[in-house]
Design a protein around this ligand. Structure first.
Ligand SMILES: Nc1nc2c(ncn2[C@@H]2O[C@H](COP(=O)(O)OP(=O)(O)OP(=O)(O)O)[C@@H](O)[C@H]2O)c(=O)[nH]1
Ligand SMILES: [Mg+2]
Length: 341
């Protein structure tokens, strides 16, 4: 199941107590203090793992505890440190402090990690309290408490290119055609319920990650349809491929549809709307497609590409254009988008 928002409680391990003990051995009269220190408690660490695609493995598991440190023992034995608890999440997960709302870390790359709750230190044993004037201290220290933190995890997928368009425009079909992803495809709107990612291998040197999100409708930025929840998943893409269907089933005007989606992007986040856009008319083998492309070219003033995911027409050209645009935007510093409420 695709899950992109989870709240958890992270409980680090407490430190072990220090020990108070004295050396007792035959022929060693008045052996000095030999109480060992307690072990440190384990940390709770959140780490990005590229083998995961969503936060589904975390949902339903609220408490994440690291092991506590063992107590110190006599004969100067230090307690064993507690094991860390490592929580794997997909790359693209934002780790936030739930109580204060601030970002702790944006885990972008495989292996990135953040300590969200620090384990408590072990207490000192009585040996540590010995001084020149107090050579037989009985004093020892209790272990320190581990941190406890409420954490919100929010996934924003990391893809190079995002597909947007009205429901039924053919986004998932395109994704399935150019990558090995297997999204659901059907001739009714809202087939796609959650985002899909696919790796597109254009040639030996060029590949990119393509994200397909559920279809957008008017009012999506306010939560209409399924789109709003998922617009955040294309926030981090460098290019948007906007797909327009030439003859929609609901007999709506393709040009209006294009404007509507542009408006939704703008209202959701103006920065998203300013991303480079490749405009595509889909289902190119249908009779209306060429006229639709021509009209769209005139009204938008942009280049319009005709593709068909069924016949494959226009797909190699589209891929080449995407690679070229990605190369052009590679140097642009992608400013992080401000958070949307
Ligand atoms: N004739 C023709 N039909 C296509 C083409 N691409 C997709 N379709 C059909 O269009 C319908 C919708 O395709 P999807 O890929 O599910 O559309 P979508 O944009 O992902 O739709 P949602 O997930 O509902 O937003 C399906 O019946 C596809 O078979 C094409 O190039 N030509
Ligand atoms: Mg779809």
């Amino acid at each position: 199941m695709f899950v992109d928002r989870v709240s958890i409680i992270c409980i680090a391990g407490d430190g072990g107590n220090g020990c108070s003990s004295f050396r007792r051995e035959a022929h060693v009269p008045r052996g000095g203090p030999d109480g060992g220190d307690g072990g440190d408690g384990g940390d709770v660490i959140i780490q990005a793992d590229r083998n995961l695609g969503s936060l589904g493995n975390i949902q339903g598991h609220h408490h994440w505890r690291a092991e506590r440190g063992q107590h110190g023992l006599g004969s100067l034995k230090t307690g064993r440190s507690g094991k860390d608890m490592i929580i794997p999440v997909p790359p693209g997960t934002l780790v936030k402090d739930a109580d204060h709302g601030h970002l702790l870390k944006d885990l972008q790359q495989h292996g990135d990690s953040v300590v969200v709750a620090k384990g408590g230190w072990g207490g000192r044993g009585n040996k540590r309290f010995a001084t020149a004037t107090n050579r037989a201290p009985r004093e020892c220290e209790a272990g320190h408490d581990g941190e406890v933190r409420n954490v919100n995890l929010e996934l924003k997928l990391i893809a190079d290119v995002g597909l947007v368009g009205k429901p039924n425009a053919g986004k998932s079909t395109l994704l399935s055609r150019v990558s090995r992803a297997t999204p659901e495809i059907a001739d009714y709107p809202f087939t796609t319920k959650y985002p899909n990612l696919g790796l597109v291998q254009v040639d030996i040197n060029n590949e990119y990650v393509l994200a397909d999100i559920p279809g957008l409708i008017e009012g999506a930025h306010q939560g209409a349809g399924l789109g709003h929840e998922f617009l955040k998943h294309i926030e981090r893409t460098r290019i948007i491929v906007h797909m327009v269907e030439p003859s929609p089933m609901d007999f709506s005007d393709p040009l209006d549809n294009y404007d509507q989606i542009r408006e939704e992007l703008e209202k959701y986040n103006p920065i998203l709307a300013s991303r480079p856009e490749i405009l595509v008319v889909t289902k190119a083998e249908l009779p209306d497609a060429a006229t639709c492309a021509e009209l769209l070219r005139e009204t938008s003033g942009k280049d319009v590409h005709l593709v068909s995911a069924v016949t494959g027409a226009g797909l190699p050209e589209l891929n080449r254009m995407i690679i070229q645009r990605l190369a052009e935007t590679a140097e642009d510093d992608l400013a992080p988008l401000p958070d949307n409420p």
